[in-house]
Design a binder for this molecule. Structure first.
Ligand code: F6P
Length: 363
């Protein structure tokens, strides 16, 4: 019997749990018996390269990968088929929509369906390809936890665990030196990682994009604590936090999002120049938050997402994204999946939890 072919790809920034999804899809397809699974290397680039770069994913090939970070089929945030970079003979880069060519290749290779594991940008691409007739399913991933349609994304809790462990280490050095220690974490325009880390670690100050902060308030908070005789302060700052309304980042050609990073040092120098007496030091956690083995929760969630994605393919329920909603694995339309960005609201129970346990937001 000829088996039906499923194509899997991972797009956007990597995130702990991607391999667990890939393994679950392959295992569920094998358990069903009527399908075989392939992976496109480096998201859609594998399909768009000549010759195409695709690997067969057998149960043997994915054995044990759920405990590994990264993605065995690689990823990129520079391979959007709707705006694909082409280098001209004169070196100039122009961007073209190659989605029709991409869909032709997928059909020519006789893939029944595509499963696209990615964040909001990747799911916007899934939606556009679905609208052009491609049988596609989305699986949400991101350490940022900023996808509205799902209660949580795998990778997020691993990132929080990594950030919390880093925070705990900074507390002992801050307290030994009576210093102000700033930990800069990722999250793009959402403060979920910073908020969770601040509560988990017991920060004095938590600075997130959703609550713009004033430098003078942060200085007041630091002084208040030093005046009480407590000689150290631990601050968690999200990379997208806005100091006095300003976001710190850099735009790069061909990249959908501005590159964030640097706000921790920006805050340090502003504190030093504006009369903050204690010594200030900064640790930028960066991509460490995305690396290494996923924690058990993320392995389980990613595995459940993979199995659900296969089920949707088997039932031909295309144009959907799997999700965790009200503690149940379900799905929603890709349209709904990308309709809203999930930021921390000021009325979220964790903001209240933080404030009432003495954490300041500098507002
Ligand atoms: O979206 C995940 C994320 O890690 C963000 O938190 C961060 O701003 C961005 O990706 C970094 O992207 P890159 O890996 O391209 O530097």
């Amino acid at each position: 019997m000829t088996k039906k072919k499923i194509l899997v790809l991972t797009g956007g920034g990597d995130c702990p749990g991607l391999n667990a999804v890939i393994r679950a899809i392959v295992k569920a397809a094998d358990y069903n018996g009527s399908y075989e699974v392939y992976g496109s290397i480096e998201a859609f680039n594998g399909l768009l390269s000549k010759p195409i770069d695709i690997v067969k994913l057998t149960p043997a090939k994915v054995g044990g990968i759920h405990v590994k970070g990264g993605t065995i089929i690689k990823t990129t945030n520079k391979g959007n088929p709707l705006s694909y970079a082409h280098q001209q003979k004169n070196g100039e880069i122009i961007y073209k929509d190659v989605s029709a060519q991409l869909i032709r290749t997928i059909k020519k290779e006789k893939f029944e369906a595509v499963i696209n594991i990615g964040g909001d940008g990747s799911q916007a691409i899934s939606k556009a390809l679905y609208d052009q007739g491609l049988n596609i399913i989305g699986v949400p991933k991101t350490i940022d936890n900023d996808l509205h349609a799902t209660d949580v994304t795998f990778g997020f809790n691993t990132a929080v665990q990594i950030a919390s462990e880093a925070f705990d280490k900074l507390v002992t050095t801050a307290s030994s030196h009576n210093r102000v220690m700033i930990l800069e974490v990722m999250g793009r325009d959402a403060g979920w990682i910073a908020l969770h880390t601040s509560i988990s670690g017991g920060a004095e100050i938590c600075l997130i994009p959703e609550i713009p902060f004033k430098l003078e308030n942060v200085i007041k908070d630091i002084n208040k604590r030093y005046n009480k005789g407590k000689g150290f302060v631990n601050i968690v700052i999200a990379e997208g936090a806005k100091m006095d309304g300003q976001k710190i980042g850099k735009s790069e050609k061909g990249d959908a999002n501005i590159k964030l990073g640097g706000v921790g040092n920006h805050l340090r120098y502003a504190l030093e120049e504006n009369g903050c007496e204690p010594d200030v030091r900064v640790a930028v956690l960066g991509h460490i938050q995305r690396g290494g083995t996923p924690i058990a929760y993320d392995r389980i969630l990613a595995t459940a997402f993979g199995v659900k994605a296969f089920e949707l393919v088997n039932k031909k329920q295309y144009g959907k994204m799997v999700r965790l909603k009200d503690n149940k694995i379900s799905s929603c339309s890709l349209k709904q999946a990308i309709s809203k960005y999930k930021q921390v609201s000021r009325s979220h129970y964790l903001i209240k939890t933080a404030r009432q346990t003495g954490i300041s937001f500098g507002d």
